[in-house]
Design a protein around this ligand. Sequence first.
Ligand SMILES: *Cc1c(COP(=O)(O)O)cnc(C)c1O
Length: 365
Amino acid sequence: MIPINDLSRGFKIYQEEYEKKALEVLRSGWYILGNEVKSLEEEYSEALGGSCYCATVDNGLDAIALGLKASGIKPGDEIIVQANGYIATVLGILQVGGVPVFVEPDEYYQLDFHNIEPAITKKTKAVLVTHLYGLATRMDSIIEICKKNGLMLFEDCAQSHFAPYKGVYTGLFGDASFFSFYPTKNFGGFGDGGCVISKNSEITEKVKILRNYGSDKRYHNIVIGCNARLDELQAGLLRIKLKHIKELLKNRDYIASRYLKEISNPLVNLPVVPENCVHTWYQFVVRVKEQEKFRSFLKNRGVATDIAWKVPPYLQPALVEKYGYKKGAFPITEEICDTIVSLPMMDYMDEDEISKVIKEVNEYE
Ligand SMILES: *Cc1c(COP(=O)(O)O)cnc(C)c1O
């Protein structure tokens, strides 16, 4: 069976370096908020282009919640998000008492700027775009709309590390952006992790205070904080991965380019990359009319697939209970959920595996 993903492959490519770093941190006797975290924060903002600041945290969800809080989002503030986004984005908004206002996505699965202005009310404070599947949202119109309406702009970059729009990496367009280092993400670690990126150091400094019991210095708590620290071991391992992230993204790009070139089944719609964007292939998402039939066909032929995701956030039981959304509320989103299928995509696949996926997809009828 060709798996949808296999996290051990990325590890094995640089195994020696990871193991060396793990031992180094273990033997150092310093495990929380030390040089590894500090260096990762410097190196990650540098890798994104340099003109930004980084505050690491314990996971992507906390990056969203603490980043929004540090940016001044208050209970009752409405934040516009795409209806086909991920549940964690919505949970981050809810954690600070914000209200998610859903709008439909465009044909590339990203937030459709046409839908922002009609969704603005007196309570709207921000737009939060999620760059889904490894592809940047087209930002120009969104930036303009936010400026015109006095809204803050946030980016959920949990799936879009080093995905550029017009040559600028996602995470550098808004007031603050939120990254996850969850193991499956393109820049993922070996456990939980995340960070907030901002061009405004006040925001990242606030996150650093919030993540450490609200303390600006030892035993001095200036705000009600929490414990959301990234640990040294994780930061050290992420620093190794950061050195090699471009090579890993090239591997993904190679797999995707073969899929795009060689899959030619009229029943299978391939992903389209819009102008000004370079896809980083967190997921390789195709569209088919009969999702379950396609998936079981491939499963029987030894190719695993996934749906990211079948039920959108607003139709999850927890949100239905809170807001009462019903099926049919966002038809474009629901059509997406009913027709998307993710093909195997990971840090490394050999030629035979890629060929097998292509062959089986082409034989689907
Ligand atoms: C993974 C993910 C998150 C959450 O990150 P965690 O580190 O798992 O908390 C948030 N938003 C999106 C779009 C994601 O894909």
